[in-house]
Design a binder for this molecule. Structure first.
Ligand code: PGA
Length: 306
């Protein structure tokens, strides 16, 4: 009888850990906004202390080898403590950066790859080639790949599953365009892109620190017009809630959600102060080491726990 009782108690504790970690931890009071029923909080709990902030540079089709080497030397001289930093450079610069970097903590990312091991795919690069060049992360689903190069939801789902299987850190991007935002379709678009992108993932699911999501409103990319902190937070929290539906609430509390779209050294602090924003995917402002490192430092300062 007491065995059965212990089993039941253990099952209840496990379910609580999934649904509401704050309630499962003995001796803690529920976080504000947490329904007494043990349902998930109405808004995300500001428990970002368990997520390591991440700031990634997306150089797009910019930089040459000499400035890229100078950039890495300058960046390595700056304090990046507490922030995972990833440089997503053009493919041809990746071995240059790998040779120039002195700190293995500075990770390299690719902006594209082909989800096949090898073969007749003219102009493409495999993950094995990227790993050989020292690359650990890959951007998937960037709006420029979706819209300028016709990458479909189905291809992106394949790329995400392929990258995860091969041990890469995917940075999976989603975001609405201006017409969609004006039509009030933002959340529908984000949900559809997420559901489609995650379609290829089945248990066992990746560890939450092995995949990253980036909310990148298309109207903010390269325009100098960033989403407001309220808009970015709302979207990031929405993404986290949808991830909780696919994985679990506890899983979603541990996954990083970045903001991208005209993030710069002037708006980073306000955006990084939002509880569901765990860092940035930075385009233009990542091309110069001082501005990029300022974004990293401000992110670290916002996320540092007292
Ligand atoms: P941006 O680009 O910072 O220049 O707007 C961001 C991105 O495209 O990832």
């Amino acid at each position: 009888m007491s065995d059965l009782r212990q089993d039941i108690e253990q099952m209840v504790r496990q379910a609580l850990r999934e649904l509401a970690p704050e309630l499962a931890a003995p001796g803690t009071t529920p976080a504000p906004g947490l329904a007494p029923t043990g349902a998930r909080p109405a808004t995300s709990t500001p428990s970002y202390g368990q997520r390591v902030p991440l700031v990634a540079a997306n150089w797009k089709m910019n930089q040459l080898s000499a400035p890229a080497r100078a950039f890495i030397a300058e960046l390595e001289a700056k304090d990046r403590q507490g922030v995972q930093t990833v440089l997503c450079a053009p493919h041809i610069l990746l071995p240059v950066l790998a040779a120039a970097r002195r700190q293995t903590g500075l990770q390299l990312g690719a902006q594209n790859f082909h989800p096949e091991a090898a073969g007749a795919f003219t102009g493409e690069h495999s993950l094995a080639m990227l790993a050989d060049a020292g690359v650990e992360a890959v951007i998937i689903g960037h709006s420029e790949r979706r819209n300028l190069f016709g990458e479909t939801d189905a291809l992106l789902a394949r790329k995400l599953a392929f990258a995860l299987t091969h041990g890469f850190l995917p940075i999976f991007c989603i975001g609405e365009n201006l017409a969609e935002r004006r039509d009030g379709a933002t959340f529908r678009v984000l949900r559809n892109q997420l559901v489609a992108g995650l379609a290829g993932l089945a248990p066992p699911f990746p560890e939450p620190d092995r995949v990253v999501f980036a909310y990148e409103p298309i109207w903010a990319i390269g325009t100098g017009l960033n989403a407001t902190a309220v808009q970015a937070q709302e979207a990031a929290a929405f993404v986290r809630e949808r991830l909780a539906e696919k994985f679990s609430w506890a899983w979603a509390q541990k996954v990083r959600v970045l903001y991208g779209g005209s993030a710069n050294e002037k708006n980073a602090a306000e955006l990084a102060a939002q509880p569901d924003i765990d860092g940035f995917l930075v385009g233009n402002a990542s091309l110069k080491a001082p501005t990029f490192s300022s974004i990293i430092e401000q992110t670290a300062a916002c996320k540092r726990r007292p």
